[in-house]
Design a protein around this ligand. Structure first.
Ligand code: NAI
Length: 294
């Protein structure tokens, strides 16, 4: 019986996805090339379940059962007859993922979907060396995978749309907000929207229109308050497309339409101002507190 979800790569994302899979009632196996990582990945997956429980997103009995459903393994070959799906969450490197998918394609029979959590690579390219690319799909869980509901399900050039749709349905049954991305283009869906917002936020700094703190406040306290309820298209439906079109006619010619990163970003990175991890970026983190954002 095919009742086991195989997750390859037990790092940050793999351990989050494992928590989701197990809480949905699946036997879940975390596989990693690094034996030392297996225990860490298992502990992280169990801690993620604990976090969901603590936040009221799982119940006690479900969490206890989920912890028992997760195991670890240094290989995946033994699961060729029991795997219902394979989710790859290894390092973001095309060659590594291609080689892995070529091997997975040999080990698992064609009815087992082979899924990649890639952030930015095309599933079409990842599946280049497979004989059955029709069962390859990107399932891009957002970080932290156990907490953020969104999963982008991206259809590759040679993916069978029915398989991708079935994968989406399965992830929905796990309680994820799984959306179908019908073409395999850079940025998938949500990163395109996020990058449009980031591009404009940086542009506003560049042209001296507002300070970083005020830009972030405007996003959080303006559109951010509405966004949990309304997406951008629902927003313009509510406001009226005629109004939006008028605003677009006035505003679009004024806002950044650059296709390369802002020099402000280039300079910050060149000078080693990488944000929180180096103590400064747009903000001075010796005076700003990350915990306030939690
Ligand atoms: P990570 O570095 O935390 O974990 C990767 C794990 O894969 C490591 O434990 C490593 O030992 C293992 N590994 C590497 N090659 C392997 C192989 N051939 N077979 C088995 N295990 C192997 O990486 P992370 O952050 O979990 O990212 C995994 C994937 O998820 C990447 O494709 C990344 O782009 C994507 N992703 C990452 C997000 C993030 O915020 N970190 C968000 C969404 C997607």
């Amino acid at each position: 019986m095919r009742d086991t979800v195989i997750i390859i790569g037990s790092g940050l994302m793999g351990s989050g996805i494992a928590a989701c899979s197990a809480l949905a009632g699946n036997k879940t196996v975390l596989v990693d090339i690094n034996p030392d990582q297996l225990d860490r990945g298992l502990a992280a997956a169990k801690a993620n379940i604990g976090e969901l429980l603590a936040n009221g997103l799982a119940d006690e009995a479900g969490a206890m059962k989920a912890r028992e459903l997760i195991s670890v393994s240094s290989g995946y070959e033994a699961y060729s007859r029991s795997a219902s799906m394979v989710i790859e969450a290894v390092v973001e490197n095309l060659e590594v993922k291609q080689k892995l998918f070529a091997r997975l394609d040999q080990v698992f029979p064609p009815e087992v979907p082979l899924l990649s959590n890639t952030s930015g690579l095309r599933i079409t390219d990842i599946a280049l060396l497979t004989e059955h690319p029709e069962r390859t799909v990107t399932t891009h869980f957002w970080f932290p995978g156990h907490l953020v509901p969104l999963v982008e399900v991206v259809v590759g050039d040679r993916t069978d749309i029915e398989i991708a749709s079935a994968v989406r349905d399965t992830l929905k049954s796990w309680g994820k907000a799984a959306v179908l991305v019908k073409r395999d283009l850079p940025g998938q869906l949500a990163n395109r929207i996020l990058q449009a917002v980031i591009r404009e936020a940086v542009n506003i700094v560049e042209i001296g229109l507002a300070d970083p703190e005020d830009i972030d406040t405007a996003v959080k306290m303006g559109m951010g308050i509405r966004m949990p309820v309304w997406g951008p298209l629902e927003h313009i439906e509510a406001a009226g497309l005629d109004l939006c079109l008028n605003v677009q006619r006035t505003v679009l010619p004024e806002i950044s339409s650059r296709t390369t990163p802002s020099p402000v970003m280039e300079t910050l990175v060149e000078e080693g101002n990488l944000g929180y991890k180096t103590g400064s970026g747009f903000y001075d983190w010796s005076v700003k507190d990350m915990d306030e954002l939690a």
